[in-house]
Structures are given as structure tokens and as C-alpha cells.
Design a protein. Structure first.
Length: 552
């Protein structure tokens, strides 16, 4: 039954049940009741609810409510259970009342009401849901003291931040009745307001009988602002920032749980060789802040690009694969720039750090690593891989892990339309030499990578040559998209969109931690068959591409 019909039925029934006996006395009274499906008490009542009268608006309302005690299910009298908070008369002569439900003097959290009485003294609407039958529902044996409740809440609050919040006013503790899942509890409402370490307006509800935290939530809203910044290559872009008073942070609240960019302050890269508890002293560093929302200092450039490009990679995965951040649950994307000293690398630091880091480069062979969009897409793809196939970072599975990061690095660059190419790192690699790159998909051998399985490099260096042997997979991906002849095999290209879908499906559905190159071939064939049919030309192209690089 639809809700409207139900409401009409209910109101008809009620009108019949309640008013028919008095129908002759009150012929023109009518009433429309919307009932809450969960609580069985009305949530909005309107109509001509009472006769004209000269009584005070408040008395009109209370007279109406007292006549309907079993419908609204309050406990004593309207006078004792509803406290008027506010009353005002509008231009049309309506009086508007705002009320709060109480039980024996204790307010029921969130249970406020409005009532509307027209100029002739007729009650025309009553809005809000009564917490029903509190006399029956409340456990009375309150054992927890106000101070204890405060400590329980505060302990929980403090444990959820790395640094203790600094309150901007004294926290408050108020005894209330808290309704949760149709159950009512005596509880203490403890409220904390603070701006550090982040914006917070936390409400805790501590059960006065058991001391349990019934509920907690933060009501503070994130403040979005839009700043501008100048990137590593001198281009100006707009940035989503977070304004706190007169400070702007590189915190983008518009994507998932946020994109946050931090200053690593050039603390030595050697900390990566130290125990995690030491690393955690330095990472992620300080959330990047600025006083005028214009990020145009030369020291800002690496942060500007890390922040801006991470947002674009988030958009790429959302747009192409409906994936909400790397965990598909909106996980915050964190980056630390100015990591290390003249450090020539960038990386995804997995559990328990779950963040990226970007070196500044030595200025000769490399510019700051966040200046190249494909690097950022490469790093975020490692995070996607971690949460899906979780390819072990050594030997063949490790080379595929690297290749996936490169492949989606290229595909994201094409999607974003940022001077796309089949090269990796060209924007920041050897700033004085143009046209080169760290890796090439069309010809991996240009930069010392194999392009055929027969040239697979067996080594213990670099986790089994993960950045070297990835060339074989990169070449297969290139041939699959663009087509061509390689080692005597002709491949019909299917284009970047289709290879994106095939590799994404392979990565997220079929590959496993210890997958081999051969298993990637099977995964890609299977994915192509799922997407385009088992006899499709796409499946044939996948077979050709892997044949061409010698993977069976
Ligand atoms: S994931 C990271 C390696 C892990 C380092 C952890 C300390 C990585 O693969 N980095 C990329 C950076 C990159 C990406 C550069 C795209 C250019 C384009 C990488 O390829 N690094 C090279 C320098 C390497 O580590 O050998
Ligand atoms: Ca500035
Ligand atoms: Zn990598
Ligand atoms: Ca590129």
C-alpha cells in the first residue's frame, strides 16, 4: 500500500473512530494525520483540528492534545509533557508555537514540535513525533553519575584523535531522554566543541543506567573553499581547500572522505628504514596550510600538484569504474610532499600508513615527483591493487603490480586529457632533455626494459626487477590498445577504453596475490569474454597481445 493511501485510511479511521460519535456537535472538524511507520504516533497532523475559540493559542493546543492522549501516547498531561520554547504571531495572524517534549522535567533529545493556530483560534497543524509511553519504557535505576558519564565520553573522544582536542568552550553535560531504535533511555548528553586537531562539534549520549555510549556524532560541517595554486611546471589551477578561520588547508572535502596534502618538511628518506613507530613520528607531517588561499610560493608547487592531481585520479576512478577512492568506500587520500632530501622517487606506503609520499627530486634528473600526473595515478593505483588483487610486490606478481600502476597511469592521463602519451614520468624526468621519459609503453627497450617474456630479467634487485619486467606487460597493454606487429605477431588494437575495462576487471575480479604473467593472460581473456562475449574480437585481440610478448 502506498504511504499516501495509508495516511488517508488512517486519518479516515481516526476521524471515524474519534469524531463520529460527536459528529453532530463538531460538523466541520477535519483532520489529516501522517503517522510514523516506526513509532505508531502521528508525525504531522493538519486540518481544522479545533473549533474557533478565544482561548490562548497554547491552551487551544493543550486542549487538543489532552483530548488525544492515547493517539499521541504522551504520559501525563500536555501541560507537563510539552514545554513552550517560543511563540510568535505572523503577518497573517497565525500564532506559531515551538515546544519541547519532557518527561518529569527531563527533556527528550530531539523531540521538538511546532503548532500553528490561526487568527480565529483554530489549531491548523501540529508537527513532530512524540516519544511514546515513556512511563512504561524508561529504565529507572540510574546508576551513572554526571561526572562519570562525562569521563566515559571524553575518554572515547580523546582516543579517536592523535592529539587531544582543544575545546573552544567548556564541554556541557545534560541529562536527557534519548530515543534510539524505538527504545528510550535516560542518558547524559555530553557535547564537545573544538577546532583542533580538526573541526568538531561532537555529541555523546551515555546511558545513565549502563554507562554505555548509546550514540555519538559530529555535527560540524566541513567548510569548502576554492583557492588557486601554481604547480611544479608553472601552471595555475584551482584547488579545493578547507577554511578554518583565516587559515586555508589543502583538504578537499568534495571527494570521498577527503583529499589531504601534507608537508614532509624534507625529513630524510632514511626514516623509511626505521621501525614503523619512528616513521609515524614524521608521517604524514603537517596538513598544508596557507594564509590567503593562494598557493603560489615555489615551496607550494609540489603540494599544489599532489593535491590537484589526486582529485583528478579520484574522479577518474569514479567516472570510469564507479569506484569511490582506492578502497571503494571513500577512503581519504593522503599525500606527503617534500618527502626526503633531493629524493628521486614517489611511493604508496601501504598498511598501516596508507598514504603517498613524493620526493622533490635532485633537480637535475628529476623535478618534484608530484609534477607529473601519471606518477600520481601510478601511486593511487597501487592503493587500488592493495585493496583488490593485492599482488605480492616481487617477481612476476610484483612486475604486474607495477604494470597495473603504469597502465592506469597512462589511461588516467588520457581520460584527463593532460598531454597524454604512452610514456611514464616525462613531465618531470630530466628537465633539460625533452622527449625522454622513465619508461615507454610503445618501446620499453628505449629505457632498458624487456618487451618480450624471453627477455625477462632474473634478478634479486628491486624485488626481482619489478620496475624492469613490468615492461613486458606494459607492451602487451600497448599492443592491445593501439595494435601493431611485434615479434612476428599481428595485434588488432581495441582502444584505451576497452583495455581499461579489461584490465580493471582483471585486477579487481580475477587476479590474486601470487598471480603470474600467464594467469594475467587468463584473467584478461576471461574479462574480455565477460565484457564482450567469448567469441568476440576483443578476446582474440587479448590473445594476440599476449602472444606477441610471449606470454601463454
Ligand atoms: S611505487 C614506487 C616504488 C616504491 C618506493 C617505496 C619507497 C614507484 O614505483 N615509483 C615510481 C614513481 C614514478 C611513477 C616515476 C611513474 C615516474 C613515473 C617509479 O617508477 N619509481 C622508480 C624510480 C623506481 O622506484 O625504480
Ligand atoms: Ca599564499
Ligand atoms: Zn610503483
Ligand atoms: Ca605520461
Amino acid at each position: 500500500m502506498n504511504k499516501k493511501f495509508l495516511a488517508v485510511c488512517l486519518s479516515l479511521c481516526l476521524v471515524l473512530a474519534i469524531f463520529i460519535p460527536q459528529a453532530s456537535a463538531k460538523p466541520d472538524i477535519f483532520e489529516k494525520i501522517n503517522k510514523s511507520e516506526r513509532t505508531s504516533t502521528p508525525e504531522f497532523v493538519s486540518g481544522k483540528l479545533t473549533e474557533k475559540s478565544d482561548k490562548k493559542p497554547k491552551d487551544v493546543l493543550f486542549g487538543y492534545l489532552n483530548g488525544k492522549k492515547d493517539v499521541f501516547k504522551f504520559t501525563e498531561t500536555a501541560e507537563s509533557d510539552f514545554v513552550v520554547l517560543d511563540e510568535f504571531v505572523d503577518d497573517l495572524g497565525y500564532t506559531h508555537l515551538r515546544l519541547q517534549q519532557e518527561f518529569k522535567g527531563t527533556p527528550v533529545y530531539g523531540r521538538t514540535f511546532t503548532a500553528h493556530i490561526d487568527s480565529s483560534g483554530v489549531l491548523t497543524a501540529f508537527s513532530g513525533t512524540v516519544a511514546p509511553e515513556l512511563d512504561k519504557k524508561l529504565k529507572q535505576d540510574k546508576k551513572v553519575k554526571k561526572k562519570e558519564a562525562f569521563s566515559i565520553a571524553e575518554e572515547d573522544l580523546i582516543s579517536s584523535f592523535s592529539d587531544s582536542p582543544s575545546y573552544i568552550m567548556d564541554p556541557t553535560t545534560e541529562e536527557v531522554i534519548y530515543v534510539k531504535d524505538d527504545e528510550s533511555h535516560y542518558a547524559f548528553h555530553v557535547n564537545f566543541k573544538f577546532l583542533y586537531p580538526e573541526l568538531g562539534d561532537w555529541s555523546y549520549f551515555v546511558d545513565a543506567v549502563t554507562g554505555d555510549i548509546l550514540d555519538k556524532f559530529n555535527q560540524s560541517f566541513k567548510i569548502n573553499s576554492v583557492g588557486t595554486g601554481t604547480g611544479v611546471l608553472g601552471d595555475v589551477k584551482s584547488l579545493n581547500t578547507d577554511q578554518q578561520g583565516s587559515t586555508y588547508y589543502l583538504q578537499d572535502n568534495t571527494r570521498g572522505d577527503g583529499i589531504l596534502t601534507y608537508d614532509g618538511e624534507n625529513v630524510s628518506q632514511n626514516i623509511l628504514n626505521r621501525p614503523i613507530r619512528i616513521i609515524q613520528r614524521y608521517l604524514p607531517g603537517n596538513l598544508w596550510s596557507d594564509t590567503d588561499n593562494i598557493f603560489n610560493d615555489s615551496y607550494d608547487a609540489a603540494a599544489v600538484d599532489a593535491h590537484y592531481y589526486a582529485g583528478l585520479v579520484y574522479d577518474y576512478y569514479m567516472d570510469q569504474f564507479n569506484r569511490d577512492s582506492f578502497d571503494n568506500q571513500g577512503a581519504a587520500i593522503k599525500s606527503t610532499v617534500h618527502f626526503g632530501q633531493n629524493y628521486n622517487n614517489a611511493g604508496w606506503l601501504g598498511e598501516p600508513l596508507n598514504q603517498m609520499m613524493y620526493g622533490d627530486g635532485d633537480g637535475v634528473n628529476w623535478l618534484p615527483f608530484s609534477g607529473s600526473f601519471d606518477v600520481i595515478a601510478h601511486e593511487i593505483t597501487h592503493a587500488v591493487t592493495d585493496r583488490t588483487a593485492n599482488l605480492i610486490y616481487q617477481n612476476e606478481s610484483g612486475a604486474m603490480n607495477e604494470a597495473m600502476s603504469d597502465i592506469f597511469g597512462v589511461l588516467a592521463e588520457f581520460w584527463a586529457g593532460l598531454d597524454p602519451d604512452w610514456l611514464m614520468g616525462e613531465d618531470i624526468y630530466t628537465p633539460t632533455i625533452s622527449g625522454d621519459a622513465l619508461r615507454s609503453f610503445s618501446d620499453p627497450t628505449l629505457f632498458d626494459q624487456p618487451d618480450h617474456y624471453s627477455d625477462y630479467l632474473n634478478t634479486t634487485a628491486d624485488y626481482g626487477g619489478v620496475h624492469t619486467n613490468s615492461g613486458i606487460i606494459n607492451k602487451a597493454a600497448y599492443l592491445l590498445s593501439e595494435g601493431g606487429n611485434h615479434s612476428g605477431v599481428a595485434v588488432n588494437g581495441i582502444g584505451i577504453d576497452k583495455i581499461g575495462d579489461i584490465f580493471y576487471r582483471s585486477l579487481t575480479q580475477y587476479l590474486t596475490e601470487s598471480s603470474t604473467f600467464s594467469q594475467l593472460r587468463s584473467a584478461a581473456e576471461q574479462s574480455a569474454a565477460d565484457l564482450y562475449g567469448s567469441n568476440s574480437s576483443e578476446v582474440t585481440s587479448v590473445q594476440q597481445a599476449f602472444d606477441a610478448v610471449g606470454i601463454n
